[in-house]
Design a protein around this ligand. Structure first.
Ligand code: ADP
Length: 477
């Protein structure tokens, strides 16, 4: 049995803003099949504590960055959680990273430093009669963990997974003392980044192994365009960097048992769901493909490119049902576009059940991201016979086989990819989509190929286990 402590800021089904939560919720269950026992250290946000019915206090801190804190051992949804209950840091109205206006909480550095500090103390001293063999931190929120581990005498290895390099978790240099960081390490070859404290960089420097969520993104991260200021650090750590593609939770995303939809086994079974989806989105009948898109609405996700390219889809009988929330400017632009086109319907908000219905009822799922570390919605699409139309980048490049003439002839294609990532190429992809969709036989082949593709955690959880084994064996040899 290998014991692994996850340190992560969100975890499905308890609290989720994006794919990070899905991974933190699903990977521990997949790792259990390989004899790995994961305990997930998670902040006790108000929404999380509201879901806790029974818990055991397994540790207490009298002063954790300005207030008392307890660690609660909780079992929910097959997950073994350690919830950091620190009311002064987490028990508040608003979202998990920011207030109702969308601004980050000003004490985010302390909020996530606290998580790292507690993680480091668990690495050093164990908790509840349990000791991790490996600490596995996710994204910048876990980045300061190795800094705090240095202050203990632990030799437990630290694995750091990058789910999105765009979030750096910077804090002003004045917080060095508040955060209890060693000022002598505030240097450019350490966690200093353009005059600020970078939690992400601390994680990249301090990790024994770094990985990210697809092979292509691991390669992209070494370039200035994708590394977003961290490419130099990553190049210096290239020997310890790898890419492991995300999977999805096959019990939650299963078209044969999904309680949110009319269950189906074969692509033909999607028809009733398509009808229901058109009704939900108030779309009429149309000859072209019914596309869906479920996403945070940000620049990363290429929503502006989509707006520019959409006429090609909508004026040729295609339709789009879109669910998302985020940048207010994009929300307004989408709502306006929907007013002007009967084939476009937009819902602003976050709705888990509706996202399942969209995968079940859509013909195609759009993911026009400028960069995409892995992407999950194209994986849901594959599993539900909803053909992905994606930008050729990151995990989208690794999980979709483009319907090129050769791939179509060999009957191996699963979707449509476009490159370069701009509105013109996306428009061309829409033309191809409409053509392939019109060839019903070919379309079925694409759907069936996708539905057969393994998109679970089987292979990838083994790859994580291999990393843990390498590190623990190295320690003992
Ligand atoms: P990211 O982590 O960058 O947001 P991913 O594709 O990796 O992108 O993961 C996004 C996850 O969040 C998916 O599970 C997706 O279904 C979900 N999601 C995003 N926006 C919404 C929404 N508005 N309603 C429901 N689920 C959403």
């Amino acid at each position: 049995m290998t014991n692994v402590l996850f340190i992560v800021s969100e975890c499905a089904p308890l609290v989720k803003t994006g794919g990070l939560a899905d991974v933190a919720g699903a990977l521990p269950k997949a790792l259990a099949d390989h004899g790995v026992h994961v305990r997930v250290l998670l902040p006790g946000y108000r929404t999380v504590l509201a879901q806790v019915q029974t818990s055991k206090v397994v540790a207490e801190h009298s002063d954790l960055f300005g207030g008392p804190a307890k660690i609660l051992a909780v079992k929910i949804a097959d997950l073994d959680l350690l919830i950091l209950d620190a009311p002064h840091l987490y028990n508040r109205d608003g979202a998990i990273y920011g207030d109702a206006t969308g601004s980050d909480w000003s004490d985010n550095p302390e909020r996530f430093a606290a998580l790292c500090k507690v993680g480091a103390s668990i690495a050093a001293d164990g908790i509840d009669g349990w000791r991790p063999d490996v600490v596995h931190g996710h994204d910048w929120q876990a980045g300061l963990t190795p800094e705090y581990m240095r202050g203990t005498n632990t030799t437990v290895p630290f694995v750091f997974t990058i789910h999105n390099i765009a979030f750096h978790g910077n804090a002003p240099a004045e917080k060095l003392a508040t955060l209890g960081l060693d000022p002598s390490r505030f240097k450019s070859d350490n966690f200093e980044f353009w005059g600020q404290i970078s939690a992400l960089k601390a994680g990249l420097i301090g990790a024994d192994r770094i990985n990210t969520v697809s092979q292509t993104y691991a390669e992209e991260l070494l370039t200035p365009d994708f590394g977003i200021g961290m490419d130099g650090v990553l190049r210096s750590r290239q020997a310890d960097l790898s890419g492991i593609v995300n999977g999805i939770d096959l019990s939650e995303w299963n078209p044969e048992t999904d309680r949110n939809i009319k269950p189906f086994k074969a692509p033909t079974g999607k028809a009733a769901n398509k009808q229901a989806l058109r009704k939900t989105f108030k779309l009429g009948a149309s000859s072209g493909p019914l596309c869906v898109l479920v996403s945070r609405l940000t620049e990363q996700k290429g929503i502006d490119l989509l707006l520019d390219a959409l006429p090609v889809l909508l004026d040729n009988g295609g339709q789009l049902a879109l669910l998302g929330s985020g940048d207010p400017k994009l929300e307004v632009a989408l709502a306006k576009a929907a007013e002007n086109h009967k084939n476009l319907s937009v819902k602003i908000g976050y709705d888990e059940a509706l996202s399942h219905q969209m995968m079940a009822g859509g013909d195609a799922i759009l993911v026009p991201s400028r960069f995409e570390p892995c992407g999950l919605t194209q994986l849901y699409g594959l599993r539900y016979g909803t053909v992905p139309v994606v930008a050729l980048t990151g995990g989208l490049a690794d999980t979709v086989i483009n319907a090129s003439p050769a791939a179509l002839a060999r009957k191996v294609a699963t979707g449509i990819q476009f490159f370069p990532i701009n509105a013109q190429a996306l428009s061309n992809a829409f033309v191809r989509l409409i053509d392939v969709f019109a060839d019903k036989k070919m379309w079925r082949v694409l759907q069936r190929n996708g539905m057969k593709q393994p998109v679970g955690w089987k292979a990838s959880s083994q790859a994580y286990k291999d990393i843990y084994d390498t590190l623990t064996e190295a320690k003992h040899s």
